[in-house]
Design a protein around this ligand. Sequence first.
Ligand SMILES: C[S@@+](CC[C@H](N)C(=O)[O-])C[C@H]1O[C@@H](n2cnc3c(N)ncnc32)[C@H](O)[C@@H]1O
Length: 351
Amino acid sequence: MANEKLRAANVAKKDEFYTQLADIENELKHYKQHFKDKVVLCNCDDPRVSNFFHYFSYNFEQLGLKKLITTCYKSQERDLFSQNDSERAIWLEYFGDKNNNCVPDPEEIGIHYFKGDGDFRSAECIELLKEADIVVTNPPFSLFREYVAQLMKYEKKFVIVGHQNAISYREIFPLIKDNKLWLGYGFKGGAGHFISKYEDTATAGDHREGMIRVSGVNWFTNLEIQKRHEDLILYKSYNTEEYPHYDNYDAINVDKTADIPMDYDGVMGVPITFLDKYNPDQFVIIDAIGRYSMINGPTPETQGKYLTDINGKHRYARILIRRRQSSASTYPQPEETTLMAAEKQEGYGKE
Ligand SMILES: C[S@@+](CC[C@H](N)C(=O)[O-])C[C@H]1O[C@@H](n2cnc3c(N)ncnc32)[C@H](O)[C@@H]1O
């Protein structure tokens, strides 16, 4: 029991770090067009320290937001708003600047108390989630699966920070495959520097005062971004020496995303980092493999075989893709979907 508690405390401690304003600005500058007239929810954010709250409250007018809601898990003392009720969780709502000083003043921010602890899964928080159009935060990594499942359940748009390990979670990968979730622009050098009270978790050599470096973090979103519609320029030609076939799976192996052959129409296994360059107009994702298929799991046919083996040697996990035959026209864009459906209707466009 004591061990259980210690483990839970350690997990919670690792979840307790804060995103830098510069990283939020760097990512969100690519999504500005999505925020007009929208209700934004930051639901893992103590407003005293959350730069998400800071970003959206200070950019409220510029983004044209309708409302900002911020919920704080087990609110600590709230000296920012000079009300000393340390035990109760709160949530805030902000409708923009009223006195034209371009600053979110405490009297412009509505403070409400939760009955519970402000857990994003609680009924009270779910009511606020239902109100939201776009959810933006860095949720606790330890609850990432549940966090994303809830966003999916309530069909919310989102931009959230997560660890790239999540790509290969059984709950997350199918969403990526089905174009329900994709990677954002990312952190410089693939690592985030987060503000932390727990400096002891810093990796040796990467230590900065009050900060931890977390490699492999990324942004996960389901909002359209330009990057996702940029073609990867291919220049290599397929040949059997450079692109061997897997022993136990009908696909060829490609070791580097940049080396994807431009003239191979079959299935190719590419590194996980491919996702950073993935354009659904150009490629289709079919599965991911390592020991097993990510989509099918172990099956009687594949039991005991390692799917990325080449001449009996295991290769790293791979994402399986295929080139689209005619690029751009095949992946339905939001606008195109309606148009194409209309065009298919009998008599459309005729006198
Ligand atoms: C990685 S930190 C990020 C904090 C803040 N979003 C930011 O980016 O600066 C995750 C936050 O989620 C909070 N948290 C942990 N469990 C939670 C839960 N069940 N519901 C809501 N928030 C939670 C933690 O207290 C922590 O502040």
